[in-house]
Design a protein around this ligand. Structure first.
Ligand code: ASP
Ligand code: MG
Length: 477
């Protein structure tokens, strides 16, 4: 079927690509566009909305038996309706899909009973949630087989080759073990003449002792990256992430008056953007693609032929603007701890971050002046109360030696571009621009990788700061 020439494309389709007959049709159209030139592997998420429902089903399984049944019925109906809508009832794939659905809903119902007996545990939650991808991907694979175009697809459940650590709910892949299994279990199918395309379930894998683990919300992106990683030694591989956005933008349209699509960025820059609130891709998938220099594209599902998309590559493209994007986190709290006792007293910072880390507090930036008189860090506003409580009740920081201050009306702005490494004058220009516009800088942080300069301003100045920096660095005439 495909005119194979050593090229292989891994495509990720998210839940919004799988919600009704129209979107299944569009997915099929995209597959047909690409399969002419390339071998394809597709990786799919659960049908739109199903993961949330499965999480809910798990939570309710502990005590509310009736609500649980209702939820499961709802999950069943959503799949049944999709199957009815997309298949011709005379095709064998229609009945195969219904049988698969019945069997899996029965398994889910038994798992619900197990939760009620044994009480909740993260590992059962992961098994339950993985059914979303198992069902959707099986249906997609059958759907492809039922079409007249003659593409033959094979369904593979990703726990057959993705091995992860046992951090349930947010597991990370063990890439060496995974690659070994992929070569053993998946490559032979890929190379068989009887199969044109492989459909792999997104979002989950299993531990070495065969317990199902999920990769964190949005984890199907990561599955696609893992699959590409395993193919790289044999194939000329790239990944296309089909999304409901055009790609990465150079500023948040809710804050900046101007924004433009970033057509080419490097992995290191994309990771910065992913951190600063751009939820385009699961951040770990960028790391995995970067490890083997796998190029990837973010394209619009609705408009697959559009020239407007983002290409992400290993190389930093230097001929363009040095600053690629101005991003921001508008709502943030900033904690400042002051004390003369910190001067030359090793271990204070470690105690501080262990205290916060043990309570799952995520730190957004850190800054410490070289006089060591104070340390400043940023946290989510939602964590501010907890942090205040932890610090004031701690044996060390709660003592009279430490002065603790928490500001809530703070925003963080990041000026991002890998090209600023060894380029003098960028920080100078940032501060002159802000100063000329009467914007007071409350704190600054910059890592020595020089990928971004982080500036903390009052929240009332956030939008203005983003816009003047955008004009100074990106829109300059
Ligand atoms: N279905 C999972 C989620 O909703 C994984 C994904 O969509 O990538 O998070
Ligand atoms: Mg999803």
């Amino acid at each position: 079927m495909s005119h194979y020439n050593g090229n292989l494309i891994v495509m990720k389709f998210g839940g919004s690509c799988l919600q009704d007959a129209k979107s299944f049709n569009q997915t099929m159209k995209i597959i047909q566009m690409y399969i002419k030139e390339s071998k394809l592997i597709i990786v799919t998420s659960a049908l739109k909305g199903i993961t949330d429902k499965l999480i809910n089903f798990y939570k309710k399984s502990c005590d509310e038996a009736t609500e649980c049944e209702y939820l499961l019925e709802n999950i069943y109906n959503m799949h049944k309706n999709t199957i009815d809508e997309i298949f011709n009832e005379n095709k064998p794939e229609y009945n195969d899909s219904l049988d698969f659905l019945d069997d899996n809903i029965e398994e889910l119902s038994q798992l619900g009973r197990i939760v009620r007996l044994l009480r909740p545990s993260m590992d059962i939650q992961d098994i339950i949630v993985s059914y979303g991808e198992k069902l959707s991907t099986f249906i997609v694979s059958q759907y492809i087989n039922s079409q007249e175009c003659g593409i033959k697809s094979q369904f593979i459940s990703s726990d057959e080759f993705i091995i992860t650590d046992d951090n349930f709910g947010r597991a990370l892949p063990l890439l060496d073990e995974t690659e070994e299994l992929f070569i053993k279990n998946v490559i032979p199918i890929l190379e068989s003449d009887a199969i044109d395309l492989i459909c792999i379930t997104g979002f989950y894998g299993s531990t070495k002792d065969k317990k199902i683990t999920t990769l964190g919300r949005g984890g199907t992106d990561l599955t696609a990256a893992i699959v590409a990683y395993c193919l790289k030694s044999k194939y000329n591989v790239k990944v296309i992430y089909w999304k409901d956005v055009r790609g990465f933008l150079n500023a948040d349209p809710r804050i900046s008056k101007k924004t433009a699509l970033l057509k080419n960025i490097s992995y290191i820059e994309a990771k910065e953007l992913a951190f600063f609130g751009s939820k385009v891709l699961h951040p770990v998938c960028l790391d995995v693609n970067e490890k083997r220099s796998i190029p990837s594209e973010i394209r619009t599902f609705e408009n697959p032929e559009s020239e407007e998309f983002t290409t992400i590559t290993k190389e930093v493209i230097r001929d363009e603007k040095i600053i690629k994007a101005i991003t921001s986190i508008e709502r943030l709290s900033m904690v400042t701890i002051e004390s003369g006792t910190m001067i030359s007293l090793p271990g204070t910072v470690s105690k501080l971050f262990s205290l916060l880390g043990n309570d799952n507090i995520n730190i957004k930036f850190i800054s410490q002046s070289s006089s060591e008189n104070n340390i400043t860090f940023g946290i989510d506003i939602e964590d501010a109360m907890k942090v205040s409580f932890l610090l004031r009740n701690s044996d060390l920081f709660g003592k009279q030696w430490f002065n603790i201050k928490i500001d809530h009306d703070i925003s963080l702005i990041a000026v991002i571009g890998a090209g600023m490494l060894h380029t003098p004058g960028i920080a100078g220009k940032v501060f002159t621009t802000l100063g000329n516009n009467n914007i007071n800088v409350r704190a600054i942080a910059q890592g020595s990788s020089e990928l971004n300069i982080t500036i903390i301003v009052e929240r009332k100045d956030c939008r203005k700061a983003v816009n003047v920096l955008y004009d100074a660095f990106i829109n300059q005439s």
